[in-house]
Write a protein that binds this ligand. Structure first.
Ligand code: AAL
Length: 425
């Protein structure tokens, strides 16, 4: 039988055990936060939050841009290797394709115009005088060992004979690699741009090597939309990726009226590069932007949205490649951004993101010398890189940059009139 001492020990141990289990089970008391904490919580705090704070945790991949994998600044480098005829407007290079790496070097395709005169508008254009910067253009390509110095290789896609799609101009191309073959999609103009609008469907050519020769399919693969539809007149910036075992080809359309074009982006999918392509019933899938620039990211698709619309200067993400939401807000985004996307065609479920690409600057040259040039952009929208410089949210512009955004004389007069009104009161 137990003696008193043993009984006391047993009781003591038992009580210790019971309060330990009591302590163990008891979750740390959730301190209800009365005010938003000094230290920014990584996770959404369990407290009533304003719309802005709910959005901070619901809409963005991380509450700080520095930790947001889809936020980046953009840095620019002038390219070596391209001559622009003293920028007199007769030579223009623009709307580059995605960059690919084959045969130990980088390849890029772009719209190339070399005309006796700069663009002269739809009313003054002829068979040799262009209406716009991309009218009478061909698709040329260049290669590079380092992505900074490029060697122009020459024409890839020529303008076909009239009336074949693209006889007036072949422009704004992008590359797809599918089952070991290469496909270039491009805008195929059958009238001078600017007549009614910038109207064209999309055509395609294919090759066994990025150096060609390219065989034109000579049929429209992405047709214009039906009467009254947003993409009735223009199918622009065809941009193929491989996703969910299919070709996901994003494109832009201009709609509305001249002088106030609305730009949005749509999606068409196919199991075969030569089609048929099925346009997504929810099109448009991106409500802003201009040229198309997208890349696989994690299990979904991310998009650079710039230039036009309420959501310009955003990076967006769609798990399903269809329903895009804003994931970051940035600035000085590259126009016609054509990134190097190593996993563009691998049907990845683990998109790694991008760090650089080519883009263009338009509206160059003096009066009546309109032309464009290619440039390089770098960024950190990659899950394999963490470049704090690129993750710094502020772009520091000097006063000159701001003062260059100056008021017109008409704006100044309106302001002075308003001041005058104050005096009269
Ligand atoms: C670009 C692109 C398309 C348009 C024109 C040339 O920014 O959207 O290619 O047709 O402008």
């Amino acid at each position: 039988m137990f003696n008193l001492k043993q009984v006391l020990i047993i009781v003591l141990v038992a009580s210790l055990f019971s309060c330990k289990t009591e302590v163990k089970d008891e979750k740390p008391e959730k301190k209800t936060l009365t005010s938003f904490p000094q230290k920014l919580p990584e996770e959404k705090p369990d407290m009533e939050l304003s719309a802005a704070l709910n959005r901070l945790y619901d809409a963005y991949p991380a509450p700080k841009p520095q930790d947001n994998e889809l936020f980046s600044q953009f840095k620019y480098t002038e390219l070596k290797g391209f001559d622009y005829n003293n920028h007199d407007g007769t030579i223009s290079r623009r709307d580059p394709s995605k960059v690919i790496f084959e045969n130990g070097k980088y390849y890029v395709w772009y719209t190339y115009r070399n005309t006796p005169t700069p663009p002269r508008g739809a009313d003054k254009c002829t068979d040799v005088i262009p209406s716009s910067d991309w009218d009478l253009a061909e698709i040329w390509y260049a290669t590079s060992e380092d992505g900074f110095t490029w060697e122009e290789q020459g024409v890839a896609i020529k303008r076909p004979e009239k009336p074949i799609v693209g006889w007036r101009a072949v422009t704004t191309t992008d590359i797809l690699k599918w089952k070991g073959k290469y496909y270039l999609y491009y805008q195929g103009f059958m009238e001078a741009s600017g007549k009614r609008g910038d109207d064209c469907p999309v055509a395609v050519s294919y090759a066994d090597s990025p150096d060609g020769p390219w065989t034109p399919y000579n049929k429209i693969v992405i047709p214009n939309g039906p009467e009254g539809a947003w993409d009735q007149f223009s199918i622009h910036d065809p941009y193929p990726l491989v996703h969910n075992g299919k070709i996901y080809l994003y494109y832009k359309s201009d709609f509305g009226q001249k002088g106030d074009w609305i730009r949005m982006q749509g999606l068409a999918t196919a199991d075969n590069p030569l089609g048929p392509f099925t346009k997504h019933p929810l099109n448009p899938v991106i409500n802003s932007g201009h040229e198309t620039s997208l890349f696989p990211f994690k299990t979904g698709i991310a998009a650079l949205v710039y230039k036009d619309g309420n959501e310009h200067n955003t990076v967006q993400y769609a798990e399903d490649g269809v329903n895009f939401e804003i994931a970051a807000i940035s600035e000085l985004m590259p126009y016609a951004a054509a990134p190097f996307v190593p996993d563009a065609f691998t049907d990845t479920k683990d998109g790694r993101g991008i760090t650089w690409g080519l883009s263009h600057f338009i509206n160059l040259g003096g009066k009546g010398q309109f032309h464009s040039m290619l440039a390089r952009f770098d960024c950190d929208l990659s899950r394999d890189v963490n470049d704090p410089i690129m993750k710094e949210p502020r772009v520091m512009y000097g006063p000159d940059f701001y003062f260059k955004q100056n008021l017109t004389a008409k704006q100044k007069k309106k302001i002075n009139d308003q001041t005058e009104k104050l005096r009269i009161k």
